[in-house]
Design a protein around this ligand. Sequence first.
Ligand code: M6P
Ligand code: ZN
Length: 191
Amino acid sequence: MLKPLIEPFSVVIGGPTGIKPYKVKLVRRLSDLQDFFYNKKIVEEKLSKGENPTVYEVYEVPQKPVSRHLSLAATIIFPGKVGDEYYFTKGHFHEKEDASEVYIGLEGEGIILMQSRSGEVRHLKIEPNVAVYIPPGFAHRTINVGSSKLVFLAIYPSDAGHDYGSIVETGFAKLVLEREGRPVVVDNPTA
Ligand code: M6P
Ligand code: ZN
């Protein structure tokens, strides 16, 4: 039987939301990321002073969560740090283990940290004119290592799902920290 047709559409890339139009907006503030930054003391201090900055925003055009669809999302990570650790996305494994993803850099400079279930770590640069392929089985976190916002487009199977629990439990084996004004990838002492 023929599957019902989905209407083709396009989005415009650029502007304050990364893509336009979008369907869903997510805002992740420092309080949402309390369990993810390695220096929890600094996070607590900031929050207790009433500081709760937006770390990143996601503008999505999701499709029905079935395997024949791809979803689009633009992510904007603002520049900033918690102590010496640059702002980042939570990072996730896909619930559907065979789901891959493509990131395309639009603005700013960042690092994509990838880690397999068995602890193998890879990292690649993301910046304008760079597309990064994230193979199945790698958790992925994006870190803004620049002084302006980092914007990237993500394209992923709509039924990929997000598993954040494993990241909270074990942490990424590497951290991206500022040392003498430059980003360095170091071992995570708490992982
Ligand atoms: C990209 C995609 C989204 C993801 C977002 C933020 O746009 O990978 O699926 O939600 O980045 O990343 P996270 O969900 O790890 O916070
Ligand atoms: Zn993903």
